[in-house]
Design a protein around this ligand. Structure first.
Ligand code: NAP
Length: 299
């Protein structure tokens, strides 16, 4: 079948776009690779989504998907490999087949940035992780480290401090990019040791990670740790999009206020869009605007 609107990616932007497109009376499917929620799925406690003082990322993900499906949106589980436009129709090619639509809203989000230091590839899955909620439990009761200074690093350090003996938080500057509220909580947590103005030079080990070599203001320092959780930001996941889709200097998709890209019928919403704030609530807002614009543009 040819859908009115296909949504590539099932994070908060995609699920909200699916809800709004379905409520606008359009045929809509949301294509998600693994599980609905995106990065939100790996967030233990969300405490800044209005209406919920605290809610688990998993729970909010399930609620959003159920809400979109109750309005008539369909979820398809597939990995999309490419997108192309021919004769005014979009074709999304996935492992499971080709999906066709009059409009597409791309909500593929962003992927974790890598550090690019020796040992990172070698010890991936053996002490190097990009998801504290997914892998933290493997290091319960042990010493771990987190690298980064944004909200993800601060949340990861707090999460790990509850289950690990000790957590080093390594950041390349002496002040945090993340919220002062979280930074204060981290500073007050007795088993978190801050190592500021320092960078990870190498990740060392044998069968698994055993230590990190750091460059600190007072010279080289080696810390013993069983794991390094890398939380140094994200890069937009735009791999499925052709090169003629306009991007900013950092690779994020450029849109107008209605989430329209420079390609007619193609919209972008959420973390892969060039925007000043990337939160669940802004992803939802993007998705609602994109779906409303797409529905109106089809009418
Ligand atoms: P981020 O805000 O971009 O922070 C990335 C951190 O990593 C920065 O502190 C940066 O240092 C550091 N960094 C970047 N490249 C590095 C490198 N090569 N080596 C060492 N350090 C490096 O990323 P994020 O923390 O993943 O957050 C992404 C977005 O999601 C943000 O808008 C954030 O507010 C949002 N978020 C919100 C919540 C929440 O509200 N609960 C939770 C998680 C994420 P500098 O500071 O020196 O640049």
């Amino acid at each position: 079948m040819t859908y009115d609107i296909l949504i590539a990616g099932g994070g908060p932007a995609g699920m909200t776009a699916a809800l709004y497109a379905a409520r606008a009376g359009k045929t809509v499917a949301m294509i998600e690779q693994i599980a609905p929620g995106g990065q939100m799925m790996n967030t233990p406690d969300i405490d800044n989504y209005p209406g919920f003082e605290k809610i688990a990322g998993y729970e909010l993900s399930m609620k959003m998907q159920a809400h979109a499906e109750s309005a008539g949106a369909v979820t398809i589980y597939d990995q999309i490999l490419s997108l192309d436009k021919k004769d005014d129709l979009f074709h999304l090619t996935g492992n499971g087949g080709v999906y066709t639509a009059k409009s597409v809203i791309v909500c593929a989000g962003a992927k974790r940035r890598k550090l690019g230091v020796p040992g990172e590839e070698e010890f991936a899955g053996r002490g190097v992780s990009y998801c504290a909620v997914c892998d933290g439990n493997f290091f319960r009761g042990r010493v771990t480290a987190v690298n980064g200074g944004g909200n993800t690093a601060l949340e990861d350090a707090l999460y790990l401090s509850a289950i690990c003996e000790k957590v080093y938080l390594i950041h390349r500057r002496d002040s945090f990019r993340g919220s002062p509220f979280l930074a204060e909580k981290v500073k007050n947590q007795k088993n978190i040791e801050l190592i500021l103005s320092s960078v990870v030079q190498s990740i060392n080990g044998d069968a698994a990670v055993t230590s990190l070599t750091l460059q600190t203001p007072s010279g080289e320092r080696i810390i013993d740790t069983s794991a390094l959780f890398v939380a140094v930001g994200s890069i937009p996941d735009t791999a499925i999009l052709p090169e003629n889709v306009a991007r900013d200097g950092n690779g994020y998709i450029l849109t107008d206020e209605q989430m329209r890209t420079n390609i007619k019928g193609l919209y972008a919403a959420g973390d892969l869009r060039s925007s000043p704030l990337k939160q669940i609530v802004t992803a939802c807002s993007d998705g609602a605007i994109a779906a409303t614009a797409a529905a109106n543009d089809l009418a």
